[in-house]
Design a protein around this ligand. Structure first.
Ligand SMILES: Nc1ncnc2c1ncn2[C@@H]1O[C@H](COP(=O)(O)OP(=O)(O)OP(=O)(O)O)[C@@H](O)[C@H]1O
Length: 253
């Protein structure tokens, strides 16, 4: 059987005595969008950072397209994760640069194209996110939803095979959130990228994910389709997804 596109196996991560991930086992198939849900501070961002190679797990394995990220030397790790794009929670745009410079930043840094090529690619990905012609704008003047869209364009510019989404709808109003959800679906169809999304926005997870896993006390305790997650009688998952104050989760964790 072919190896999963992304295969996280037995991944443990602690900060001192504080164990964030007891054991993470997660697979992502090519073309799939997989959402990981869980309370605040439970380790969702830590998962994305380990996949990106920014944090080193204490043990376990993270393989992307058959190549091991954990323990890889920095040059090899950089090469592996070059095919991974990330939409940061705050879009992480450089306010000292124009929108166009932000979107073309990685292409220029890695010298992936000449200037004319970068200009064309920037125009193309801005069109994908519905923001044609804003190359010369200052990111500080953009609304939260527009910043997210520019962040998406930037993440897609170098043609990643896997997109990591760190709470893509957090801080947006419900309508703008849905615009971002629809854009994620549209871009997935257009570019055939796989997606790993962390979120606690359940309408967003139901809409964009093929499968949803719930993180609780350092493990993924449940994985299912959006329908299975919505209808489960698993007490922890049911309490979380239906937002009930009373149940086994007592501290938001
Ligand atoms: N570099 C670090 N050093 C020490 N502790 C850290 C570090 N990064 C994360 N943590 C801790 O790990 C825990 C999990 O953090 P993480 O940011 O992954 O949570 P999260 O599930 O993404 O939360 P939220 O939904 O609030 O963003 C938190 O208690 C956090 O304080």
């Amino acid at each position: 059987m072919a190896e999963p596109f992304l295969d996280v196996r037995g991944m443990r991560k602690a900060f001192g005595d504080f164990v964030v991930w007891e054991e993470c086992n997660l697979t992502l198939e090519e073309g799939e969008t997989h959402a990981v849900i869980g309370g605040s501070g439970t380790g969702k961002s830590v998962l994305l950072q380990t996949v990106l190679g920014l944090l080193q797990p204490d043990s376990g394995s993270i393989r992307f397209r058959g190549r091991e990220i954990v323990g890889a030397d920095p040059a090899t790790r950089a090469e592996i994760v070059r095919e991974v794009g990330m939409l940061f929670q705050d879009a992480a745009l450089f306010d000292s640069m124009t929108v166009g410079e932000n979107v073309g930043f990685e292409l220029a840094q890695l010298k992936l194209m000449d200037r004319a090529g970068i200009r064309d690619r920037v125009a193309e990905v801005l069109e994908w996110v519905g923001l044609s012609g804003i190359e010369d704008r200052d990111p500080a003047q953009l609304s939260g939803g527009m910043r997210k869209r520019v962040g998406l364009a930037r993440a897609l510019a170098s043609g990643p095979r896997l997109m990591l989404y760190d709470e893509p709808t957090t801080g947006l109003d419900p309508i703008t959130s849905d615009v971002i959800n629809e854009l994620i679906i549209y871009l997935r169809e257009k570019t055939h990228t796989s997606g790993l999304v962390i979120t606690h926005d359940m309408p967003s997870a139901y809409k964009i994910a093929d499968r949803i896993s719930m993180l609780y006390q350092g493990r993924l305790i449940f994985t299912g389709t959006p329908e299975e997650v919505q209808n489960t009688d698993h007490p922890v998952v049911s309490q979380f997804v239906h937002g009930r104050a009373h149940g086994p989760i007592t501290d938001g964790a």
